[in-house]
Design a protein around this ligand. Structure first.
Ligand code: DX5
Length: 223
């Protein structure tokens, strides 16, 4: 049974001076969850949202929050993002000395555990932690900034992750350069959760059209 398609906007391109309104608009546009790109300026050369920012937005919408922790030593921080209202926490395999322990920690504090793989990281990194995973995020750009070009060469890796997850209750998520022209390739390769920032916020026909169009294209590619 194919896993349902989910659209998870990144708020990185949002208007930060009206972040609450932007999240309300995303929920109204029919997104399935909102991804917070958390960056510490060390793991990636950018700095973004602390837990207090997310906590301030939490009461404004019902939709699930996902913390994509692009940070070193995520164990230090992840409890605070769960307390701030994130029901999903994704850590980078490259940032975890003890990935098995970190994923168990996420579950222990009541969140769904995910691991993100940078473009250079082999799919088989997940082989011995599959039972702890609710999400594998295959990065289709090098993390740190929105608006980058989709790396088509990641599609065989998405398929490899899908094969490794056969029989496991785990979503396959992609993030980076996902838009109308790239979503079908990622979905056909096996992705069912699509993170999109620039393409959604840039759509001249508005967020609702962008979300519905991305969902339609992904579902058609997975049919
Ligand atoms: C990379 C970021 C971006 C962002 C979405 O560190 O995680 O991938 O979410 O970027 P675009 O604008 O390419 O959809």
């Amino acid at each position: 049974m194919p896993r349902p398609v989910a659209i998870a906007p990144s708020v990185l391109p949002a208007d930060f001076s009206h972040l609450g309104d932007e999240c309300v608009a995303l929920e109204a546009a029919g997104v399935d969850r909102i991804q917070w790109d958390v960056m510490d300026g060390v793991f990636v050369p950018n700095l973004t949202f602390g837990p207090d920012v997310i906590a301030s937005i939490r009461p404004l919408v019902e939709v699930e929050f996902e913390a994509h922790l692009m940070v070193v030593e995520p164990d230090r921080l992840l409890d605070r993002y769960v307390e701030a209202g994130c029901g999903i926490v994704i850590v980078h395999a490259e940032a975890c000395t003890h990935l098995h322990r970190t994923l168990a920690h996420i579950a222990d504090v009541g969140a769904i555990a995910g691991v993100a793989l940078n473009p250079h990281t082999p799919a088989d990194v997940i082989s011995h932690v599959r039972d702890l995973l609710g999400i594998v995020l295959v990065m289709t750009v090098s993390p740190g900034f929105g608006g980058q070009a989709y790396i088509h060469a990641m599609e065989p890796k998405i398929a490899e992750v899908a094969a490794l997850l056969d029989g496991y209750d785990c979503d396959i998520e992609v993030d980076g350069g996902i838009g109308p022209d790239t979503v079908a390739g990622a979905a056909a390769a096996g992705a069912n959760v699509l993170v999109s920032g620039s393409a959604l916020f840039r759509d001249p026909d508005g967020l609702e059209h962008a979300v519905a169009d991305l969902r339609r294209r992904a579902e058609a590619a997975r049919a």
